[in-house]
Ligand binder design. Structure first.
Ligand code: 3NM
Length: 217
């Protein structure tokens, strides 16, 4: 499995237990995998976030599902947990452990993603050995309470013009309706929480994201 590579069009689903409302998160993840997501990131946040053994078990359950579908399993922030259960990768923000230190801890084979909000931060992520950057928020988002002001497509366009070969994943408020613009700006992928996690028909919603990508975009 070519786990390291983020190819266009990547449909990168992010979820934690707080994102699926009354539905069981593992059911939602299974449906998203059925629909054809290319990457999954476990991002466990919020007041009722799982911790300790419960989090570890939930992470292992997600990992097992992802393995069954050949989809890379990436953990947000928690490098220790990622190491412990041998996740395929880790995604970190600007406030988390230094990207270079994380790369050193994980070795060269794991996927390392870094959230960036400027060309400068993208440059630092590249220097630290990131495999891809998450650029956002592209559009207004209600999912992340401390999200920055939406950067629109300009952020993606400017990172891609400086680093054409660096995989960029757009994040924040992305829906099947506006995804076409994200592909057109040059992003390799769309990272999505609510539009997939809260869809009535999760697998169908993932397919709509795939259809939003037109060859040559
Ligand atoms: N990071 P939704 S925006 C987790 O800008 C996250 O770095 C962001 O959720 C960033 O798809 C965001 O529901 C939330 O808008 C994305």
């Amino acid at each position: 499995m070519a786990l390291k590579f983020i190819n266009k069009p990547s449909i990168y689903f992010i979820m934690g237990t707080e994102n699926t409302g009354t539905r069981h998160p593992l059911t939602v993840l299974k449906e998203a995998l059925e629909g054809g997501i290319s990457h999954f990131q476990l991002r466990e946040k919020g007041q009722f976030a799982l911790t300790g053994d419960e989090l570890k078990q939930f992470a292992k359950d997600c990992q097992q599902l992802c393995r069954a579908y050949g989809v890379p399993f990436i953990i947000n922030d928690d490098v220790e947990l990622a190491e412990e259960i041998n996740a395929d990768g880790i995604h970190i923000g600007q406030e988390d452990e230094e990207a270079a230190a994380v790369r050193k801890r994980l070795g060269p084979d794991k996927i390392l993603g870094v959230s960036v909000h400027s060309v400068q931060e993208a440059a630092e992520a590249v220097g630290a050995g990131a495999d891809y950057v998450g650029m956002g928020p592209v559009f207004p988002t209600y999912t992340k309470s401390d999200a920055k002001k939406p950067a629109g497509l300009v952020g993606i366009l400017s990172v891609k013009s400086t680093y054409p070969n660096l995989p960029v994943i757009g994040i924040g408020g992305i829906t099947p309706e506006n995804a076409e613009n994200v592909w057109a700006a040059g992003a390799e992928g769309v990272a999505v929480i609510s539009s997939i996690a809260q869809a009535e028909d999760v697998a169908h919603q993932v397919k709509l994201f795939s259809h939003s990508y037109k060859k040559g975009a």
